[in-house]
Design a protein around this ligand. Sequence first.
Ligand code: TRH
Length: 377
Amino acid sequence: MKPLWDIFCSVVDNYGDIGVTWRLARQLVAEHGQAVRLWVDDLHSLARLCPEVDPDVAQQVQRGVEVRRWALPWQPVEPGDVVIEAFACHLPGEFAAAMTAKSRPPLWLNLEYLSAEDWVGGCHGLPSFQSNGLQKFFFFPGFTSETGGLLREQGLIERRRAFQADPAAQAAFLQSIGVQRRPGARLISLFAYENAALGSWLEALAAGTQPTQLLVPEGRVLRDLERWLSTCGLAAHDQYKRGALHVQVIPFVEQDAYDRLLWCCDFNAVRGEDSFVRAQWAGRPMLWHIYRQEENAHWLKLDAFLALYRKALPPAAGEALGALWHAWNAEEDMGPAWQGLQREWQVLAEHAEHWCREQAAQTDIAARLVLFYTNWL
Ligand code: TRH
C-alpha cells in the first residue's frame, strides 16, 4: 500500500499557500509514488493555477492528486500516514482527534514559510509536543543543506535549459498567451503587489537606450500600471508604448505555463514565495517583491537572502542588485538603482545561472520529506 499524505492548505491570501502545496502534492505523487489528499478551503484559487479543477466539486482527482474541499462542519475521515499542515494552518479538531485515535498515529509536520535566515537550519526538523500527546515536526524550506530545501521537480533545470535553447518553442509559447517577441527588445515579466515605485521604474525603462518589452500578468499591480498610463480597466492583451517601453498585459496562466513565461524572459520581477523560487530556477536575474510582514520582519528575510545570493558576486554587482531590491521594497525611486544595474547586467545574468546550478545540486523538499518520513518510521 502506498503511504497516504494529507496536506492541509488554508488560502490566507493570494496564491502562495496553494501554489506551494499544489506543487508539492503533484510531486509526491508523480515522483515518489505516494498517495496524496490535498485539503483546500478555497478551490477557486487552485482553479487559477490548474484550470481543470472544478471549484464546485468537493472531491476530485487532478494530476493524480485527490483534491478535497476543506469544508466545515468537518466530515469524519480516517487520517493517512503523514499529515502536513502548511504554513501553520490549524487542522480541523476532529481530524487531529482522529490522528490520536489511530493505533499508529501519522507523522505530523508543519511546513513553514521559506526563509534564508540563519536560525532556520537550527530549527528545521525539530519536534514539539502537542496538547493531544502527539509530536509535531517543523519542516523549514531553505537554501542550505541543514534546511528542508526548495521545491524542484526532477529534470526541471534540464527542461528549462532545453526550452531556453529553443527559440521556436519560446515563440510558440509566447504566441499562446498573445505575445510576439519584439526584435531587439529585452523581455521582462512583472508579478508584484501594489507598489508605489512602479512608476519610477517604468519611467526608467521608457527612457532607456535599449527597448524593453514588459509582460504583466493580470493581478494586483495593474492598478499602479493604470495610474502610470493614465488609463483604467486594463485587461489581458492590452498594449501600450511609451518611449523605449512596450507594455503588455497578459492573462494569468496555469502554474506550469508561468514557469515557461519566466524561462522566456531576460529578467523577472516576482513576489511572495513560490514565484520567487521559480525565478531562481529560471536562471535569469530577478527582482523580488517580498510579502510584507508585521513589524517589518520581511526586511530581515530579504537581507538574509541577499547576503547568501550575493556571496559569490563581485561587490559592485552585489551592491547594484541590493540597491534595486531595496528601492523596490521600500517603494522608492527605482531610476538610479535601475541605471546602476545596467552596468552589472552581464555579471548578474551569469550569476543567476551559477546560483541556480548550486541550488539545484541540493536535495529538493519532496525528496527530503519522503526521507524524513522513512527515517521516522
Ligand atoms: O501570490 P503570492 O503573493 O503568495 C503568497 C501568499 O500571499 C502568502 O500568504 C504569503 O505568505 C506568501 O506569498 C509569501 O506569491 P507566490 O508565492 O509567488 O505565489 C504565486 C503563485 O501563482 C505561484 O505558484 C505562481 C503562480 N502563478 C501562476 O500560476 N500563473 C501566473 O500567471 C502567475 C503570475 C503566478
